[in-house]
Design a protein around this ligand. Sequence first.
Ligand code: SAH
Ligand code: SF4
Ligand code: F3S
Length: 471
Amino acid sequence: MSEGRPGGSTRRVFIRTYGCQMNVYDSDRMAELLAPLGYGPASAPEEADLVVLNTCHIRERASEKVYSELGRLRDLKTERRSAGRDLTIAVAGCVAQAEGEEIARRQPAVDIVVGPQAYHRLPELLAQAERRIAERREGGRRRAGAGVLDTAFPPESKFDHLPPAGTVRGGSAFLSIQEGCDKFCTFCVVPYTRGAEYSRPAAAVLAEARRLAAEGAVEIVLLGQNVNAYHGEATDGSIWSLARLLRALAEIPGVGRLRYTTSHPRDMDDALIAAHRELDVLMPYLHLPVQSGSDRVLAAMNRGHGRDRYLELVAALREARPDMALSSDFIVGFPGETDADFDDTMRLVQEVGFASAFTFKYSARPGTPGAALDNQVPEAVRSARLAALQALIQRQQGDFNRATAGRTVPVLFAEPGRKPGQVSGKTPWLQSVHLDGPSTLIGGIAEVELLEGFDNSLSGRLAVAAARTAA
Ligand code: SAH
Ligand code: SF4
Ligand code: F3S
């Protein structure tokens, strides 16, 4: 990340990120956008002149967190003002998009509300907010609520207005290639918060990837709400699929690992499966959410595929890349889900054998078709199903970790370990490994002998002394 204008930062911004990796990417881009305005990073709201909450609307609990955090920030703002200073509060992300007006009404201390496709306008919105703050100081009349609201889906792409990306963490960088969703699963808010599906032009993606590689990214993780629906225009006017894009990215010097997330089973085509066979740098790990193992529930969710199709895809992926590990998302207690439907989910998990997975209790979201269904599953049933599924997945994850012990594999070292003198990193299958080693390993890949597998991680030791280290 750049350190602001020459001569150092004059102000500080604290960005709190909720939700998915798309939000992590957006938060980094916001920081990069604010740096030339003189905003350096703050490590806590107390040290900041500007706080941005980059929010998530996916489940009820995620959205409610935002309002409690805003209550705390309001108190901080009041304290500041009594000391003759101020705090600018901005709400970005998916709650901003879905509930912009409500945020302004419920929390008048908020100065800026900006949606996930409009945050390139943040500098302009900040200038307006600062004018309002100055007016207020001078005793001018204060309008109620958030002064500045921008949750439009602008006709232009935010990407054309952002500075070049350059955030690399522990040798890994996110790169958003696709935004939005047109699939309208009946439980999901994303099509309403992120807007229609959009793919960035291939040349822009390649340029960003080259830049990230030059900044030290050994691994690039391509992001999109439906990343495998990617269909970006190339300079010759042709349309590139994700498979085509991956082949081009694999040629970039220095890029040793490629991943992509999140994929939809409906967009998993033969070319993409073949890319897993052909490209060594494409990691043998795929997050492929299935949500449910019941055909009836999958249909009610509008997922556009059944259980057999998912199992077919898993088999094809494993045929292409025998060491392929799978991960998934599951929702339990979708309206109308019976015990038999839930058993179908448990059976599917047993059949596939996941390396890890996220499990969620269905949360009725306002405005989605699922919320209007009258056969909602009681909370106690949802909780019991979640516990049973989590226990099964946890067992599979532990088994997978234990089965990898004994092998020697490349590990990308991402950060210092929990104990002094330790470093931790990721295997090709995204398992966490902790071992004794110098911090100079961070940001690079080295061969590691995996010693012991646990439920959530593995221990290991360096296999080669001449490990590649970060620049
Ligand atoms: N685009 C991705 C999912 C993005 S949301 C896909 O189609 O797979 C991430 C996960 O949150 C989803 O996969 C789903 O499991 C979960 N989720 C979304 N809406 C939810 C809701 N209303 N209640 C519970 N979980 C939900
Ligand atoms: Fe949501 Fe479905 Fe779109 Fe995924 S594919 S973002 S779950 S609507
Ligand atoms: Fe949440 Fe928006 Fe991501 S709702 S999961 S932050 S796309």
